[in-house]
Design a protein around this ligand. Structure first.
Ligand code: SF4
Length: 342
């Protein structure tokens, strides 16, 4: 099938299986990683220094409340390696699941079976950051990470009944013909969600002088993936300087958009671009975006738990209420930042 036909078909297939457009938000637990050597990652430019960039629980919970108020989705809880122990991650996951009313996904590195067993129904799925299509390229780009362990992690998640996701960065040296290899992984490990990003060439990395992959290449990969896996969740990351890609990616088979700083966009011109991209797309699609990017009145300084949640834990809700002063202080400060940027 040639590319234009594939795009049309991918659009039709996505329309058949999905009825919403999600804006996904990865909540970062920290801006720190013990490994610091993946060649595309800005962490690789920070060679030493103490652990820093750990966020307070109050700040994480405040962000989750705001994301919920705007009716975005928490894509996953994310952090570098070696930041928190599993118990701490499980406690944070329980809190965020109470706030959003939904179990969470994790993207916090490889967890051993014993570690993963610590989680209960606050956890929906785990993410293996395989980053690219083949083991060979992965091992070159991420020398301290281990491909076999990542793949084994997917097996453990299957055994324990969790959903599974992978993340892929496009434009880091992969070959188009190796896409088949990714498809094999998706099939063999029954992957539920793929998040695609495109290279963001960070200063100080080997990709500093590279350019991000072309929009047509991005659409090519997404549409091919959609046709191979009609019901797979496909989330696509877009940097704020490439908002015009939103419509085309939704057309090509993406059903969720990520990588936007909600604080940045809610209070700036970006939200107008993003809103018009989605509105324009809704003219040709039956899929609908149920959240908001513009309505600041939705963002209120109240700690309200969902009325009909998929996940509820009264003990954790009580703990959150006990911290309500500090959480509200954070929410207030985020809302003020948004108002100032407006
Ligand atoms: S493990 Fe993640 S955060 Fe750490 S260096 Fe690699 S890509 Fe960056």
């Amino acid at each position: 099938m040639d590319f234009p036909d594939r795009l049309t078909k991918a659009f039709e297939v996505t329309e058949k299986h999905f009825d919403s457009i999600n804006i996904e938000r990865a909540i970062f637990l920290s801006y720190y990683c013990d490994l610091k050597d993946c060649k595309f990652c800005y962490m690789s430019t920070i060679k030493s220094g103490p652990k820093k960039g750990l966020r307070s629980i109050e700040s994480l919970f405040a962000e989750a409340f705001l994301v919920k108020m705007a009716n975005w989705k928490v894509e996953f809880l994310s952090s570098g390696y070696g930041v928190y122990d599993t118990k701490k991650i499980a406690d944070i996951a329980k809190g965020i699941a109470c706030i959003t009313g939904e179990p969470v996904w994790l993207n916090t590195g490889i967890l051993e079976k014993d570690d993963l067993s610590v989680f209960e129904n606050e956890l929906k799925g785990v993410t293996a950051s395989i980053e690219t299509f083949t083991e060979e390229l992965f091992q070159k780009l991420c020398p301290s990470k281990n491909w076999d362990k990542l793949i084994n992690f997917l097996d453990i998640a299957t055994e324990l009944g969790y959903k599974k996701g992978v993340t892929i960065i496009l434009g880091i040296g992969e070959k188009r013909e190796d896409l088949e290899n990714l498809f094999e992984i998706i099939k063999n490990y029954k992957i539920d969600r793929v998040t695609f990003y495109s290279l963001n060439p960070h200063k100080g990395t080997i990709f500093e002088d590279s350019v991000p992959p072309t929009s047509l290449y991005y659409l090519d990969i997404v549409s091919e993936t959609r046709l191979m896996f009609p019901e797979l969740e496909i989330v696509t990351g877009i940097w704020s300087d490439r908002i015009n890609l939103v419509g085309p990616l939704l057309l090509a088979g993406s059903n969720g958009i990520t990588k936007f700083s909600w604080k940045k966009f809610y209070g700036s011109k970006l939200r107008k671009s993003l809103t018009s991209e989605i509105q324009e797309f809704e003219k040709i699609s039956k899929r609908r975006f149920k959240g908001s990017m513009t309505d600041i009145s939705l963002l209120q300084n109240k700690l309200k738990f969902p009325e009909d949640p998929l996940y509820k834990n009264e003990a954790v809700e009580k703990e959150i209420i006990e911290r309500s002063d500090q959480i509200k202080e954070r929410i207030e400060s985020y809302i003020s930042e948004i108002r100032l940027l407006k």
